[in-house]
Structures are given as structure tokens and as C-alpha cells.
Design a protein around this ligand. Structure first.
Ligand code: FAD
Ligand code: PHB
Length: 391
């Protein structure tokens, strides 16, 4: 096969990039190692920044968010006996949207199918070749077991944290930074109306607790748990009891309503950045280049911001053999990536207990400051609601 851009990975970064390129008249072929059903069912992010929603709307992908998303003005931050609302709209003039990654993924698949774009699912053994030449190519095995080759002018590595693109960059030409946190999240999805109008992030001596949601009838909640936790060790009752304690059931008349749990999983927490995000004709986007712990709700939004920068760069490369934007891509994207890395690390270390009593006092002091100082609150709001795509 021959195409303009070969895209590895059909997650949000890969499918959105294919959509943006097509709007610019650029052809692409996407390959994905999982089945379409598996990718569609993965439960992940829940929050879109306003700039992500604006971008999706501007390229004809906003109907789902507008119809089924829920616009939130802010979040609650709390610790035992105190809950504070941060109103992002008042603080920085921007809101966020509750819209599940599964819903966005479905919108992207619908758009991809409607446009008849080529996506190979259930592939294996993807390999990247000749990245330093002007005729790079990808080889892979398709779902029928046949070896295939895609020749392209550029390759987009949108294959998440475990794909081959990251490692296809020569080790002496890349740097990476990593932080592994000493805790994980136990996440549940429950068929029960949310007990809150906006997300609650709760510091508690037993560990962080969080109340998010997917719709008027589906709640998403998280508990800080030790690394290595087995979900089987947590009964549904134990989860709801811990959530009630950490989220402050009974505090000022607030109650947490439990319901049937439909999904349970444990998520380790990691920060990671690989730089540069480009080698020759290979460009990394989304989780392929960076990972954030989920506390700042940045991972999906960063993937969207990366491809919003990458699409015009590849457009100019393909149409005019003009490398100006392609050459600038890595530095421009990394500026925003590091801002989000810092914010995600900061939210994570402010809200998760480490077991060290000195840390706990610093965390509570920080929480009091961001909830009582207009400047502290505005800093959190500006980062959470999202900086402009071109930041
Ligand atoms: P992915 O979604 O990982 O997609 C990469 C794709 O590449 C996958 O489909 C994978 O199967 C495919 N692939 C891998 N290897 C190969 C290969 N060899 N060949 C072909 N294809 C391959 N982010 C937020 O912004 N807000 C949140 O609220 C939030 N909450 C989260 C909660 C959880 C529980 C988790 C796990 C993540 C959360 N995130 C959140 C992060 C967010 O889900 C990711 O950052 C996002 O999925 C990144 O998109 P991506 O397309 O870059 O990578
Ligand atoms: C979610 O709804 O899954 C979610 C929301 C906000 C976060 C992390 C996860 O910070």
C-alpha cells in the first residue's frame, strides 16, 4: 500500500489525526493491534478541556459532546470537614466537559467509517523502517495472517505507552524522564446517579478519593490503593465504605449513594516524557510520547493537543515538502506537555497520602491556599480547564 501518512494506533490520537489530515486532503492508513470492539470498550478518560471541545466542534466532531456531554463550571476540592468549590468559569473564563473517552472513541469511529477511511484492526508485529529517509514504511501482519507493507511520506506513532514507535527512535537520539508513584487507583464504574453535580477530589488520611461521572445514571469513582493491589481483594461493600469515608458521607448533610458496580480495575500511576517527539519522518503523538498520572485529567487532552499541532505540520510536509512546522513540532508540543506533566504531578502529590506526616501537613496547607487565595485558585483553574492549544 502507498499513502501519505501511516498512523500506528487507532486510539483517540490516531483516529483524530486521520480525521484532521483528511480535512486537509491528506490520505492516511491506520493500523491497530487490538480488535475494534476492544478499543471501543476501554474505559478511560472522562474530562475534556474547553479547547479540546472547541477543536472537536471546529472539525465536525462536536455533535456527541454537545448532545451527551455535560459542561461543568469547576470541581470540588476537599479534605475532612471542608469542601470547597472552584469555579473555573469565574476564575479563568473556561469550563470543562464530562464526556467519556469511550463516547469520543465511538464518535471518531463513526466519522472514520462514514468517510471510508482505511483502518486495519487486530494487526500484529508492526515494524517501522527507514525513518531517516524520505521513503519510510511500516510492515505488519493483518488479521488474516498476511504480511503487509505501507509506504508513506511520514509515520505517526500514536500507539500509546506500549507501542513500538517510541522505541523505534535510536536510543542515542532520545531522552526520557520517568516518575513512578508509590500508589495506584482502584476505579469503579457504577450504575447509579452521581451523588454530586461536579467532580469531587478528596484528600483523606486513608488515601485519596474521587467522585467522577459519565452520565446522569452512571458514576465513576476512584480510591487510592497501594501498588500491587488485587481488585479481587476489594468487595463491592468495602469499596463503597471506603468511598463514603474518604468522600465525606454525612459531612454537612451530603450523602454518597452506592449502586451496582459494573467494572473494577486497578491503574498504576506514572509520569513519563520522551524527547524529542520526532525522529526523521517519524512523529510521536499522545501517550506514545508521554504519560501523566490521571489526577489532572490531562492525558486525553494532551493527545488531542498533540495531533492538533501535528496535522498541519504533516499537511505542509506532504503537500509542499515544507518542513517548517514539522521541524518545530517537537519543541512546540513539549512545551505544553511539560506544563501538563507538572500540573498532573502537582495535583497527584497534593492529593495522595504518602504516609509521611510532614507531607500531609504540606498538602493540607497547599489545599487551604488553592481554595482560599484567588491567585492559587486561578492557577489550578487555568491548568485544569486547559491552556490554549498553541500554548
Ligand atoms: P491510546 O488511547 O493508548 O491509544 C493507542 C492505541 O495504539 C491503542 O488502541 C493501542 O491498542 C494501539 N497500539 C499499541 N501498540 C500497537 C501496535 N504495536 N500496533 C498497532 N497499534 C498499537 N486522560 C484525560 O485527559 N482525562 C481523564 O479523565 C483521564 N482519565 C483516565 C483514566 C484512566 C483509568 C486511564 C487508564 C487513563 C486516563 N486518561 C485520562 C488518559 C487517557 O486515557 C490517555 O492519555 C489517552 O487514551 C491517550 O490517547 P492515545 O491515542 O495517545 O493512546
Ligand atoms: C474520570 O472521569 O475517569 C476522571 C476524571 C477526572 C480525572 C481522572 C479521571 O482527573
Amino acid at each position: 500500500m502507498r499513502t501519505d501518512v501511516a498512523i500506528i494506533g487507532a486510539g483517540p490520537a490516531g483516529l483524530l489525526l486521520a480525521h484532521l489530515l483528511a480535512q486537509d486532503g491528506i490520505e492516511s492508513v491506520v493500523i491497530e493491534s487490538r480488535t475494534q470492539e476492544y478499543v471501543a470498550a476501554r474505559i478511560r478518560a472522562g474530562i475534556l478541556e474547553s479547547s479540546s471541545v472547541d477543536l472537536l466542534t471546529s472539525v465536525g466532531l462536536g455533535a456527541g459532546v454537545q448532545a451527551h456531554g455535560d459542561e461543568h463550571r469547576g470541581i470540588y476540592l476537599q479534605w475532612p470537614s471542608e469542601r470547597h468549590h472552584l469555579d473555573f468559569v469565574d476564575l479563568v473564563g473556561r469550563s470543562v466537559w464530562v464526556y467519556g473517552q469511550t463516547q469520543l472513541q465511538a464518535d471518531l469511529v463513526t466519522a472514520s467509517e462514514a468517510a471510508g477511511r482505511t483502518v486495519f484492526y487486530d494487526t500484529s508485529d508492526a515494524e517501522l523502517h527507514d525513518l531517516e529517509t524520505d521513503h519510510p514504511f511500516v510492515t505488519f501482519t493483518d488479521d488474516a495472517g498476511a504480511r503487509q507493507r505501507i509506504d508513506a511520506l511520514a509515520i505517526a506513532g500514536c500507539d500509546g505507552s506500549f507501542g513500538p514507535s517510541r522505541a523505534a527512535m535510536p536510543s542515542d537520539k532520545r531522552d526520557s524522564w520517568e516518575r513512578v508513584y508509590p500508589y495506584s487507583w482502584l476505579g469503579i464504574l457504577a450504575d447509579v446517579a452521581p451523588s454530586t453535580d461536579e467532580l469531587i477530589y478528596a484528600w483523606h488520611p486513608d488515601g485519596f478519593g474521587m467522585h467522577s461521572m459519565r452520565s446522569a445514571t452512571v458514576s465513576r469513582l476512584y480510591l487510592q490503593v497501594p501498588n500491587g493491589t488485587d481488585v479481587a481483594d476489594w468487595s463491592d461493600d468495602a469499596i463503597w465504605d471506603a468511598l463514603a469515608t474518604r468522600l465525606g458521607h454525612g459531612q454537612d448533610g451530603w450523602t454518597l449513594t452506592p449502586g451496582p458496580i459494573t467494572d473494577k480495575s486497578v491503574l498504576p500511576m506514572r509520569s513519563f516524557v520522551q524527547s524529542p517527539m520526532r525522529h526523521g519522518r517519524l512523529f510521536l503523538a499522545g501517550d506514545a510520547a508521554h504519560t501523566v498520572p490521571p489526577t489532572g485529567a490531562k492525558g486525553l487532552n494532551l493527545a488531542i493537543a498533540d495531533v492538533a499541532l501535528l496535522a498541519p505540520a504533516l499537511g505542509r510536509l506532504v503537500r509542499k515538502n515544507d518542513f517548517a512546522l514539522a521541524d518545530a513540532y517537537s519543541d512546540t508540543a513539549l512545551r505544553r506537555v511539560w506544563r501538563c506533566e507538572h500540573f498532573s504531578w502537582w495535583m497527584t502529590t497534593m492529593l495522595h497520602v504518602s504516609g509521611d506526616p510532614f507531607d500531609a501537613q504540606l498538602q493540607l496547607s497547599q489545599l487551604r491556599w488553592v481554595t482560599s487565595s484567588a491567585h492559587g485558585a486561578a492557577g489550578l483553574a487555568e491548568n485544569y480547564a486547559g491552556l490554549p492549544i498553541g500554548f
